[in-house]
Design a protein around this ligand. Sequence first.
Ligand SMILES: Cc1ncc(COP(=O)(O)O)c(C=O)c1O
Length: 484
Amino acid sequence: MTRSIYDHFHWTTFRVTAVRPDLVVELPLRLSDDARPLPVRICEGVRELIMDGVLAPGDHLPSTRSLSAQLAVSRGTVVASYEQLEAEGYLVAAAGSGTQVNPDLHGLHRRCATTAATPRPQRHRGIDLTPGAPDTAGLANSAWRSAWHRACVNPPRITDPLGSPRLRHEIAEHLRQMRSLLADPRQVVVTGGARAGLAELIQVLSAGSRRLTIGVESPGYPSLRKVPTALGHRTIGLRTDDHGLDPDSLPTSRDGTELDAALITPSHQYPWGGSLSASRRAAVIQWAEATSCWIVEDDFDSELRHVGAPLPALASLDAEHTILLGTFSSVLTPALGCGYLVVPPDLVNPFARQRRATGQPVPTIVQEAVADYLSTGALRRRTQRMRQIYRRRRRTVIDILGSLPGTTLQPIDGGLHAVLVFHGSEEGIVQQCRHEGVGVIPLSTYWGSHDPEVAGIVLGFGSHDDATLASALKIIAKVVTEHA
Ligand SMILES: Cc1ncc(COP(=O)(O)O)c(C=O)c1O
């Protein structure tokens, strides 16, 4: 612990009440026990509270009357101390609101900053089209609020390590209706979202210590690809094209590479957008059977299909090797931190064993609120409503970016992002868009093991209202036309 320069003194600590805008707090004011005049020692004590960040810029101090009463000293002593600290710039006397710590004093205190003392990060003033953000504007309707109200008033105790039995039942029902997947609720595991679910799954598959080799799509979703690497496992890139994963890129033991699992997006390849044909699905399942490898099906945004009905999950064709990795991030909000896995029967007990040691990753109140929201049919209704809105925005993307010379807009059959491919400097276009206030992501960030074959940008069209989206897309169109 850092020693204070005042530590050699003997201290007397008084607990004094200071007033923050909305609460009264007790602060330990330390007064050294020596022969120097009292105002000097009070100044020292207050200065130390400020330097330590206990008193933050903008905090109110007790009135001179109150502090003198609390310290049992004359009011004149406290007035002299405050005047001295005002002269030094630590305090300011605000007309009508007593004395407060100088609001401009940020960065002065020597220990870690309190949140109140930390300057707020600058908000990005432009239009951020980073993919992965759904529209959450109308989410907090009466169904959402009553789900949270009920969950908060009477949260049950969840004893099952795999999650709330009620939520697991509702997730199975959701999958039956939205994904044509008949899942046994006992095989559903509630997780903290796709990334958290993948991390837990890898720990189970590696039995805590074995180093795994995991195939990941390239290009593919970078945040999920990073999970195995962050946990010390090896990844190898699997080739993808407009139709999803190329099954010929799956290694066999003859190649000298044995995969433990392959992480793929069969219904909506990320970022290309294609979906795996029936023949490729059959080839992937055959490969998994022949190599005894797990397939982890990232089913991220499959409910949000714009062309035709949602495609059945690969897990509905192969329940033995396929593990479904789902999340409520895209259909509700990533802020929920809630998702699920549907695991084959053989993995249920190992998962439960691990969870008994590590505990539930999703708070009971969240699980209960999501279960409630699902049970009333509110998620189904919301998904239907949002599909209309997202289809309209997808149309706007196609209208504005669909026929720019020298570019190709990848088909947007589902989801909330678009890929615009062009000949030209990816970095130049991304920087220029940013300069003009629109945030987009370079396509090259989605490649893992080999160099990108094309240049392009990836943009999310889900989260902004129609007018904001259209104005951002027009800026992108202008920049791309100038550069491509
Ligand atoms: C393809 C894909 N999978 C998974 C996720 C992440 O889901 P979660 O937020 O639940 O970790 C995303 C988020 O954008 C994604 O694009």
